[in-house]
Design a protein around this ligand. Structure first.
Ligand code: FE
Length: 224
């Protein structure tokens, strides 16, 4: 299924948080109304439930992986995510992330639907702004071009591929998998965002190199 990739934000009791979501969509035009599906275990879910407002940032196609890792693979219970990125307070009091955003939207919840592991929040758009021109990031581009993965809490998560489906290529350099987020380091691709050229073996990565998705250290990787 085709979908975009967004940062959904909310706040409660003076605290703010945000998370990556690929489940934002417009449900009606008049009134302007959008919906998002959030995992019940996520802190952002708690904040939206309590405050009744949420923000949506439409991400730029060129959004770097560490930014996506911050919002997609780290919990607001462990880190203050918004402290690390450009953001601003919206009209509703809800923060919206402006860094790597093409547009921001604020919505006030008018309806919710319990769908098991997730809740679908439907909200009336109360504010919106185009931040900059650009091409929106899609979930397909994130997975195919950026080699991004879905965390276990995502609606689109599925486990690692069965062994039979893996490439049988024992001549090429060994790929390594991040045990935290599932990112695969492919020596043929390298990690250009971090200055690692294609053709760099995992063993030759600098000791301070970290997973471009979740920030895990090298010792968190295992051969694929
Ligand atoms: Fe990782």
């Amino acid at each position: 299924m085709t979908c975009g990739l967004y940062v959904v934000t909310s706040c409660a009791d003076g605290k703010a948080n945000g998370q990556i979501a690929n489940t934002v969509f417009q449900v009606t035009a008049d009134p302007a109304r959008i919906a998002v599906s959030l995992n019940k275990e996520n802190l952002t879910h708690e904040y939206v439930s309590r405050s009744g407002v949420f923000g949506v940032s439409v991400l730029d196609k060129e959004t770097p992986m560490p930014f996506i890792g911050l919002f997609g693979f780290k919990s607001g219970r462990d880190v203050d995510k918004l402290a690390e990125v450009e953001h601003k307070e919206g009209l509703s009091g809800c923060p919206v992330v402006t860094e790597n955003a093409l547009a921001v939207i604020e919505a006030r919840v008018v309806s919710t639907l319990d769908v098991g592991t997730h809740t679908i929040f439907v909200g009336d758009v109360v504010a919106g702004e185009v931040i900059r021109d650009g091409e929106p990031l899609t979930y397909a581009y994130y997975r195919d071009a950026k080699k991004g993965k879905a965390p276990k809490a995502a609606p689109t998560y599925h486990g690692p591929p069965p062994a039979a489906a893996k490439e049988r290529n024992d001549v090429k350099m060994q790929k390594y998998v991040c045990q935290v987020c599932g990112y695969v380091y492919d020596p043929a691709v390298g990690d250009p965002d971090s200055g690692v050229a294609p053709g760099t073996a995992f063993e030759n990565l600098p000791d301070d190199w970290v997973c471009p998705v979740c920030g895990a250290a090298k010792d968190q990787f295992e051969p694929e």
